[in-house]
Every structure is written in structure tokens, then in C-alpha cells.
Design a protein around this ligand. Sequence first.
Ligand SMILES: Cc1cc2nc3c(=O)[nH]c(=O)nc-3n(C[C@H](O)[C@H](O)[C@H](O)COP(=O)(O)OP(=O)(O)OC[C@H]3O[C@@H](n4cnc5c(N)ncnc54)[C@H](O)[C@@H]3O)c2cc1C
Length: 392
Amino acid sequence: MGATTIVIGAGVVGLCVAERLAAAGDRVIVVDRSGPGAGTSGTSFVWLNANSKVPRAYHQLNVDGVEAWRRASQDSRTTAWLHLNGRIQWASGEAAIAALETAAAATAAWGYPVEAITVAAATRLEPDLLIPPDAQVRVWPTEGFLVPPLALEWLLVRALARNVELATGFEVVAIEVHGTGVRGVLGHTGRRLSADRVVCCAGRWTTSVLASVGVAVDVLPTVQGSPAIGLLGYASSSTARLGRTISTANLNVRPGRAAGRYVLQAPDLDRLADPDGPPDPGDTAARELLARTRTAVGGFTNARVDELRVGYRVVPADRITVSEWAPGLEGLYLVVTHSGYTLGLHLAELVAAEVAGGVESPALAYLRRARVDQAGAAASSADPAAAMTPIH
Ligand SMILES: Cc1cc2nc3c(=O)[nH]c(=O)nc-3n(C[C@H](O)[C@H](O)[C@H](O)COP(=O)(O)OP(=O)(O)OC[C@H]3O[C@@H](n4cnc5c(N)ncnc54)[C@H](O)[C@@H]3O)c2cc1C
């Protein structure tokens, strides 16, 4: 048995990293104060994509992320957790069409597959779409979505099959240090777990978890109006039929876990989400989400949004993943990322090579904190407006 590594957090990132570290020979213990999916991974749109991801290296990381899911599904006996069946997007009206064409051209220039199709072809793929006759339609054939509870279950089973140990209800209150190196974690009950290394995958709690060792990452604030706050509507319709993710200029819809269940997202409505107040499925945001969905997909006339959830993204200030050894402290590694579903599997492979293999991954070279600290000063402090630009 190799080194003992504690992974803090059983979200999508922590579960992916734990499995790869165990595959590399570590004894791995995942600790979570609640359980798998209790954090942001339980409230996510889970669109797998590299769309609008810049710069080029980050786009490529996301392309590789989606590809990692495709490969994993080929090696798995169950695939109900993954739908890589493409995303259909349309735009109608001069400005929206121009924006769609610009976005499609930009991604196509990087070799990212995108196809122009007719309205008729789109409705052959998804008969319930209500696409205006003058619309321009694009399909991104490599994109898709995961079904979060099933995907998390699959990741957990896969990790347990590698003998990863899971300690739920274990809240880390301190990372324990001896000299210049990490020696384990201290739980809220006073229980100590010893380890040679600790990998922090605590998502939006990263800052509080790392406070005990004085490590900080500049992330976007989780205040109302910040792109770190996202709103998702959950609706049921017994008559709508939709098998793919679809997008318009102001709406994203994907199928949910059960038949007839759909997840609705409109990034411009995220600003209505109050991080301190429970969202009401009868409020303005829910009504607007449903109204937009009714104009985009048939079969929603009698549907209603029965659940509205606020999600909290952890977004490094310049919006790009941080993945690195904590400076000045041996044995502490941190992974902080938005798009954790798209990136989780692939990132875990690279992280495990650095953590267990001791090999610096060139693909992670630009995912270091020094970059965020510089950009963060511009994005979150000096220029608050930049920190408020929406994230999809
Ligand atoms: C509205 C919304 C839409 C999104 N859409 C997409 C999308 O379309 N595509 C995509 O790829 N990504 C999307 N994301 C982002 C994605 O969901 C996240 O990047 C991902 O879920 C983060 O996973 P994580 O494992 O890093 O964090 P989390 O899932 O938050 O996991 C962190 C875990 O750490 C545990 N923890 C915290 N503190 C402690 C402690 N002290 N001790 C022990 N355990 C602790 C928590 O209980 C939690 O389980 C979206 C996010 C939101 C909010």
C-alpha cells in the first residue's frame, strides 16, 4: 500500500480524485461533513461542454473533460447516468442570430464540432421544439448532460470498488500540520485521521476548510447578483418529450432523472436568487422560467415549477480552475473549480498523476493560484463589474 491520502469533500470532484488516487496505489479516505452530493454537486445543471470556455487551454481542458466521460461510459456496464446526445440551440431575431453565429464560429475555429441544421431537421430530432420559422439552429453534437444522482452513485460505487473508504458526517475543523508538512485532519467530534497527504475538494467551503493553515483562494463572492449564485427550476410535464439539452438566447432546458421531469435554467434570472432566503416555486423567477419554457418546448401548458433551488458555484476570481500543491506546506493539495462535472473525471486523472505520481502535469501548468491572485485583484476587487458577468 502506498501513501495514505485524505480527500476532503465527496462532491463530484472529490469522488473522481479519490478513485484515481486509489487506482494509483494510495490508501484513500474521503471525508465529508454530510455525504456524497450534499454540496454544489447536488444542485447543478450538469451540462457537459467546452462552449464559451476561454482561453484556448481551458477550452481544451473542458473538451478533454467531456471526452473522459465518453470513454468512461464505454468501459461501464451502466450508462443511464450519461447522455452525450448533443445540444440543440436556436436564435431568432437579428441580434440573437448574430450572437449565435459569432459563438458558433469562434468554437468551430478551435475545431469544436458544431453543425448548422434547418428548423425542420431540429424538429425531427426533438418533435416538441417550438422553433420560430426564421430561426437559425445549431447542434453541438459532442455535448450532453449527466443525471446527477445516478452519476454520483456511479462515481461512488467505482471509488468503493477501489477500496476508497468513505467517512460521512465527518466535518474537518482543522488540517493538522507537523513542522512543514501535513499529517492529517481533525474532525468536529475531536476524532483525528492521520495521513501523508490531504487533498482539499471542499468546493465552496474551500476557504473555510483551508483557513486553519492560512491558505486562501480568491473566489467570486456568494452574494445576490454574483455569478457564483445560480437558480435552477425543476418542472414536471407528462406530455413534453425532450431527450436532449436545448438552449435559446435566454433559456436552457434538460431532461431530469425521471421521465417527464425537466431542469430549467436562465442565467439572467440568477440575479433574483437570494442566497439567504429559501426560493419560492411560486415566485417571479419560477413563473418566468416556465413562461420561457412554454414558448420553447410544447407540452408544458399544464406543467408547473414545483421546486426552485439556489446553487452556489465556487468560481476562482478569473473563472479558471485552480489545481496545485499549497505553497509552503508539504502534502496539501487543492482543487477548486467551476464546471466540476465537465472537468471532474479528466482533472482527477491529472491531479492523481501530480499527487500520487509526483509528476507535474503540463496540462495543469496554468491552473495555479498565482494566476488567480493576480487576476482576482482585477476581477473581484478593483473591477467588481467584471466579477458580476454571468457564467453559464
Ligand atoms: C446553478 C449551477 C449550475 C451549474 N451548471 C454546471 C454545468 O452545467 N456543468 C458543469 O460542469 N458544472 C456546472 N456547475 C458547477 C458544478 O456543479 C460544480 O463545479 C461541482 O458540483 C463542484 O463539485 P465539488 O466536488 O468541487 O464541490 P461540492 O459538490 O460542493 O462538494 C464539496 C463537498 O465538501 C464537503 N465539505 C465542505 N466542508 C467540509 C468540511 N469542513 N469537512 C468535510 N467535508 C466538507 C461538502 O459537504 C460537499 O459534499 C453548476 C453549478 C451551479 C451552482
